[in-house]
Design a protein. Structure first.
Length: 261
């Protein structure tokens, strides 16, 4: 006698199969740490030849032709890692850290779109040169954030200064009207090392993003004051005065898990 299988049963089997595959993939990845962070990200277009010098052989810059990341070939991401915890829930190292890193959207030799960490400055000596082998210890480091609220809009300001003994220096000052953020994720991105392109980490995160200025999508411009300075050492050719900021993004919060393949 023929057996009749309902569509619902088929859907349930497909769902169970997808869950099993997800569990298998998740099992293959090793969690390193999780963190709660706030970030401010600047999207730049820097000189292509200067950036090319950082790319491993076979890797190419991947610049969006449209959308909020249009023309961006490098990002400067200022990060307050408020808490850092291991897979066991206990603090990792000091349990928090402040840093800025430089990340380029690229295509690997196979044509996959990934992120390449080419540099960074960190205040934690234990974080230099860091997992990607490119962080410099910031012998000078400062971060200040403030919020004011009254009868008008909420105003936030951020000041960041990082400088290495070898001369690399990155500074950000910004004051802006806080907007309404959009929640994104969960998402998963591969971050590769420019120094050792065979190494990568998987970043799985959720976030709330407030786009305070963007030259392409032109949301309401909430920036009241802004200055950025970069100079010295390995960063001099990247930031030679011809660089252009194309997007200003305030990440109100980021919950992130770092995994190894």
């Amino acid at each position: 006698m023929a057996t009749i299988v309902s569509r619902a049963a088929i859907r349930n089997c497909m769902a169970m199969g997808a869950l099993a595959m997800f569990a298998l993939c998740a099992h293959a990845q090793s969690p390193v740490e999780s963190s709660s962070e706030t970030r401010f990200q600047l999207d730049f277009h820097v000189p292509d030849d200067a950036l090319k010098a950082y790319l491993p052989a076979g890797w190419t810059s991947s610049v969006a032709a449209q959308g909020p990341a249009k023309d961006c070939n490098l990002r400067g991401i200022f990060i307050d890692r408020v808490t850092i915890n291991g897979p066991d829930g206990k603090p990792v190292g000091k349990g928090s850290n402040r840093l800025v890193y430089l990340v380029a959207p690229v295509k690997d030799p196979n044509g996959a779109s990934v992120q390449l960490v080419i540099g960074g400055l960190t205040e934690d000596p234990a974080d230099a040169p860091g997992p990607f082998g490119v962080y410099l210890l910031a012998t000078t480091h400062m971060m200040q954030r403030s919020t004011s609220s009254g009868s008008g809009p909420i105003l936030d300001s951020q000041d960041w200064v990082f400088a290495a003994a070898s001369g690399e220096r990155l500074e950000l000052h910004i004051k802006y009207e806080r907007g309404v953020g959009n929640k994104g994720g969960p998402s998963e991105t591969k971050f590769y090392s420019a120094k050792n392109p065979g190494f990568y980490q998987i970043s799985r995160q959720e976030q709330v993003l407030d786009m305070v200025r963007n030259l392409t999508t032109t949301p309401p411009d909430h920036v009241k004051e802004f200055s950025f300075k970069a100079s010295g050492g390995a960063y001099a050719k990247l930031f030679d005065g011809t660089e252009k900021v194309v997007a200003w993004d305030n990440f109100l919060w980021v919950n992130r898990t770092v995994l190894l393949p």
